[in-house]
Ligand binder design. Sequence first.
Ligand code: GDP
Ligand code: IMO
Ligand code: MG
Length: 427
Amino acid sequence: MSGTILVGAQWGDEGKGKATDQLGDRVDYTVRYSGGNNAGHTLVVNGEKYALHLLPSGILNPGVPVIGNGVVVDLGVLFSEIDALEARGIDTSRLVISANAHIIAPYHKVLDKVTERFLGKRKIGTTGRGVGPAYADKINRVGIRIQDLLDEELLRDKVEAALAAKNQSLVKIYNQLAIDPREVADELLSYADRVRPMVRDVARELNDALDEGKLVVFEGAQAHHLDVDHGTYPYVTSSNPIAAGACTGSGVGPTRLDRIVGIAKAYTTRVGEGPFPTELLDADGDRLRNAGGEFGTTTGRPRRCGWFDPLVVEAACTYNGVTDVFLTKLDILTGWDKIPVCIGYDVNGTRVTTYPVIMDDIVAATPVYEYLDGWSEDISEARSFEELPPTCQAYVRRLEELIRCRISGIGVGPGREQVVMLHDLID
Ligand code: GDP
Ligand code: IMO
Ligand code: MG
């Protein structure tokens, strides 16, 4: 039995895709368990760049890529991603999708945009992909599932039911045109023949695989601090990207999981609205953004950048039961004379050393820094810890102390092979 979860430990874009991809051909199944195409996971393999939104990163390795029940699926995006990969010679035929996964329908995308507009200055800064409204429908029990595509009559009825109330609010509140349920159903059904062969009882298949001793890797999307229960609510996504979400989002019980890997960037970034205590709004922030290429894979938005915040990562490690941290983009910090690392917050005159639960305190938090020595050597060719400059090693060791978790892998460049491993991530 071997189940491993890779979960984002900050606000997303930590390099979960790359961390998953570099596990390579030892992985039998790679499972996306939450989120939708709000995610953007960029991989660089043999100099070729791939930006994945819905497909698990395992699509580039020989194992079986899986879309679990916890994911919301935009069928148009799914098939354009598949077609684009096939055109580049990547075989996508092994992909399986849970019969219970929900569908992002065209009206979810309309609702995502109009609700953001109505929030005005209170907007969340969503990716506009319809993810929040699709999860809202799931919880409201008016969602459309992948298995509904297999029964035309049922699907048409469900779309009609879902739109009955929505059209009232679209027209009367949001000043939009009503959406024709027939057109929506026709569009969704146009994908039915392509989807049918991929539809599986994913929960059964993954449990059988674990029984056979196969390695199942759960690739998180978003991150702990974007989790609807544990993140900076309301500036969060509408699902549970945390490690526990891998269980609800795939049908695998907690007893079947061995390792939980937290993915953390060597500094911090965030896209969209919401508090970010170590954010840099000055030239240092621009320098990090430019060095790290911090522009969104999904929306192209510039990412907000700041120093590493161990309080953020320690909370993620603790609440996810993280066993190992994979620290990415350490190479991007090359060239700083001193690197500030946050060791606590000043919250209205009180010193705080753990991440606060009260949102007002997170908003009011002013970081207190210690300053570690930087390094100037190029580390992108390093493949062992000993090859890293002593001050770089000391930075990693100090972060380990502050986050109270061992760092088992380090990213030193975007390429699949650009990693330094201290401990294997797979038992
Ligand atoms: P994800 O959403 O967590 O998968 O992360 P993204 O793909 O959105 O953003 C991470 C970006 O950093 C991508 O462009 C990766 O190719 C790149 N990346 C990942 N790890 C490293 C690393 O160790 N060094 C460098 N320089 N780039 C990395
Ligand atoms: P990956 O998997 C970074 C953010 C959005 C917004 C909030 C809600 O690439 O790390 P949503 O569209 O989900 O309703 O938007 O969540 N967000 C992400 N930020 N990386 C992501 O995914 C994100 N997915 C959602 O910017 O602030
Ligand atoms: Mg991303």
